[in-house]
Design a binder for this molecule. Sequence first.
Ligand SMILES: CC(C)(COP(=O)(O)OP(=O)(O)OC[C@H]1O[C@@H](n2cnc3c(N)ncnc32)[C@H](O)[C@@H]1OP(=O)(O)O)[C@@H](O)C(=O)NCCC(=O)NCCS
Length: 311
Amino acid sequence: MSPEGRQAVPTPETMNTAPHFILYVRDQERARAFYEAALGVAPRLHTPGMTEFALPGGAVLGLMPEAGIRRLLPTLPDPSLGRGAPRAETYLRVASPSDGLARALEAGATELSPVRPRDWGDDVGYCLDPDGHVLAFAAPTPTPAVGPAVDLRPLDPEHDVARIAAWLEEPDARRWWGDPVTALTEIVDHDPGTVAVVVWEGRPVGVLCWQVPTREELEDAGLADLPRDLVDVDVLIGETDARGRGIAPEALRQLCARLREQGVRLVGMGAAEANAPALVAYARAGFVPYRDFEEDGEGYRYFTRELAEDA
Ligand SMILES: CC(C)(COP(=O)(O)OP(=O)(O)OC[C@H]1O[C@@H](n2cnc3c(N)ncnc32)[C@H](O)[C@@H]1OP(=O)(O)O)[C@@H](O)C(=O)NCCC(=O)NCCS
């Protein structure tokens, strides 16, 4: 085609400001409250008929009442008739997709798909805003670092019981696992198929155990809505020089892969809000916050990780 025949294609240079994307919403106030909580920022404009949020990079997300667009463009079909049919999505690149999705769910969104690596190179979680618009939180999938050399092996009562007993005496272990004698009994009495010793570079450094909680236990923690076949995991990196090296996250990833092969769909873990290392380690292992709850006056956060559709 000759140069004269080409259409003038607008380039970014021909646009004089960053783009505005406008969602048509049923209730402007409800949509404002949702996006303010989900994005974690106040609107830059909030006036009857239009709410605007400044997005990183300069774009603007607008919220306009459906009634307003009907008045403005009366020849269009009534937008309220299109509710529920996905025709577009807001795809936000954020620092932490898990935090973004958690904030949106907390603000009343409906989860569509949890944060997980997608084949275009992003970790993305999807939800529906209160008007039924698809909202995605994304970040580039981190390149996997070479993880620590971790293996899981069955518990060997003859050699492991004494070392686990010693690990449970350490102050942090005591704080989060409770009385060492009771904790040891629980580990040793566990079905042998549901305990594993965490081995790092050939040396036993910790223990994992997992179980299907009873209805009563879930109810006590206010988690009765979790599925009956949820598998709850406890972790201890007992050798203190092995902490802070990514060993628990790697051990948990390996356990999740094993449980997925056994058909488990959902794995959960609880950590006290004051247990910062555990909160970090669980997130590193791909767990996302599910709900906060209180037990014996201590604030806890329950994390879950879906396994069924993992890559
Ligand atoms: C919580 C625990 C399982 C984390 O395991 P881990 O293999 O150390 O996890 P990570 O290597 O991912 O480290 C997580 C965080 O621990 C903290 N940490 C780092 N070095 C540490 C050390 N020497 N000692 C304690 N915590 C340390 C850091 O905050 C680190 O995050 P960062 O890497 O962003 O700085 C482990 O510390 C542990 O077993 N603690 C005692 C028992 C417990 O709390 N169990 C879980 C709840 S029941």
